[in-house]
Design a protein around this ligand. Structure first.
Ligand code: ADE
Length: 283
């Protein structure tokens, strides 16, 4: 009896590990899209064709087609820990060829207003380091596998950055009725910092802008970038400003959040369509 069980297990293992041979169909690559809150991903999940939900550890992942590209979309929840949990499960279960993060942020750059988009050239965790008498001395995290120090700034994938640049050049974004009047949003490449706090204070805003030369602050991007960096998966974070991280930030994020989330999602959708076109052109 035990021999039969062993034989069966062996056959099963062989079946599972059969390598693909020349001429056999490779599964089409899948692009992962993450956002912290429902409002940040719902435009994209609603745009999916052939949607199919799958849950992993009770977290919902929606697979489907977007602009000719296979995608998987998930909500991370707010904060670095939640973002890292979902990113890890995502990489483990769906093996995406790249990860895109979409959502809202607080502007740290005096020239950036609600509705404007930052394509993150690099992301850093602004609340990791040594707290000394001189305040927080930021430094990179360490990989729990190699114990090597990670960079303080995680660089975005160059190819994804170039695609985002093309999308930025051709995208029409909705004008937002801001305190500066109704203005058509700008898109720029910049630095995004991440921490486990919602910044609604002019002093903290100035400090982050100065210390990191940062353009925007949010609560998940660099955590996802760290997971991707450690697992060697290309990653890009795109954020649209919902507020300017000052005393009115909570109120502004509530009023401008949905429109800002939509702007960011539109850029992601255009970028994904380019990935779909690229895949379609491959022999
Ligand atoms: N997300 C949107 N606005 C933010 C802010 N001011 N601070 C942190 N995360 C944000």
């Amino acid at each position: 009896m035990t021999r039969f069980v062993l034989l069966f297990a062996l056959q099963l293992a062989c079946l599972i590990s059969v390598p693909l041979h020349a001429g056999e169909e490779q599964p089409a690559p899948v692009t992962a899209i993450l956002g912290a809150m429902e409002v940040e991903i719902s435009i994209l999940t609603k745009a999916l064709t052939e949607p199919a939900e799958q849950s992993v550890q009770q977290l919902k992942f929606t697979r489907g087609m977007l602009g000719g590209r296979r995608v998987v979309i998930a909500r991370t929840g707010v904060g670095k820990v939640n973002a890292a949990i979902v990113a890890t499960l995502l990489l483990e279960h769906f093996k995406p060829s790249e990860v895109l993060f979409t959502g809202i942020a607080g502007s740290l750059n005096p020239n950036m207003h609600p509705g404007d988009i930052v394509i993150a050239e690099k992301t850093a965790q602004h609340d990791f380091g040594d707290f000394t008498a001189q305040g927080l001395q930021s430094k990179g995290t360490r990989s729990p596998v190699t114990w090597k120090r990670n960079p303080l700034f995680f660089e975005a994938d160059k190819r994804l950055l170039a695609l985002a640049h093309v999308s930025a050049g051709r995208l029409k974004l909705q004008a937002l009725p801001t305190s500066e009047g109704e203005r058509t949003p700008k898109i720029l490449r910049g630095v995004v910092v991440t921490g486990d706090v919602f910044v609604a204070d002019g002093g903290k805003k100035g400090e982050l802008h100065k210390t990191f030369s940062a353009d925007a602050v949010e609560m998940e991007g660099a955590a996802v970038a760290q997971v991707c960096y450690q697992q060697n998966v290309p990653c890009l974070v795109i954020r649209c400003m919902s507020d300017v991280a000052d005393a009115n930030a909570l109120k502004d994020a509530r009023s401008f959040g949905p429109a800002a989330a939509e702007n960011s999602a539109r850029l992601i959708q255009d970028l994904v369509a380019q990935l779909g076109d690229e895949a379609g052109k491959k022999p």
